[in-house]
Design a protein around this ligand. Sequence first.
Ligand code: ASP
Length: 321
Amino acid sequence: MKQKFFHSIIILIVLIFTISLNAQTNSNKYTIVIHGGAGGFSPNSPDSLKDLYLNSLREALKIGENILKNGGTSLDAVEKVINYFEDNHLFNAGKGAVFTTEGKHELDASIMNGKDLSSGAVAGVTLIKNPISLARLVMEKTDNVLFAGKGADELGIKFGLPVVHNSYFHTEEQYKEFLKGSVKKHTGETVGCVAIDNYGNIVAGTSTGGRNFKLPGRVGDSPIIAAGNYADNNTCGVSATGIGELFIKNSVAYNISALMKFKGYSLKEACEEMMYKVLPDGAGGIIAVDKNGNYQMLFTTNAMFRGVANSNGLFEVAIWK
Ligand code: ASP
């Protein structure tokens, strides 16, 4: 009799444990959006090239989705997705970065954690293989937010990040653009990722080689917190791409969050206000996720490489409207 009683108690405990475990799995709610730059990518491009881009976007999204699905943090998801893009020569971040007028590469990146507004950014990096990882270390291991040039490279070396020669970033495709010698053509391919994880934390990250044929020392919006990147758990996270000077002048990423915070806008209303009413047509694009997992991917250029996945089973990548 006594034995039977203990048996039933054990079965009850196992049952409660299984139910609570299930409830935890079901509460797994995440959303992740990615971009690979807004620009003029032509719909008449060869199918083989379109497929290369679409497959890369799928690959990047899968990396982030797997981390979030398995209970990982949005911080890890954003860093790893951007690491993938930085190592992929098709995108203007890390390997495949555009050339400066001097024929070199200067890389910018930033990351922000919406949990406590902690931020890290680097500008004009020339030797560190993955600038977004350096930005993360600036956020986590220093009391500062933004490092530039030689000091940023030295910090990356000190932290033991992989170091490469500047020529590592060189690709034939970007070299051809360099030879054309024009900063006006906006090809895009900057990369970004915004995610909200299971724990309600929003992180935004952006990484770029900057604008094609930029002057040495020119820094765009991507490493400027509030311009090209922003995250606040109370509102949303944003990563931008496009003509950086316009995003800096209009504090685009911060203003999207501010419209939500101070004016009660929805994520959609705030993104549309900044992209369609404040910025001129053709300025670029943004991806954003709010605290409820809603997302936006808006652009006023011909195309934006982009993708979204969430815990409801959504998994989509696209290039044109
Ligand atoms: N926003 C970047 C910059 O101005 C470029 C881009 O997104 O394509 O540096």
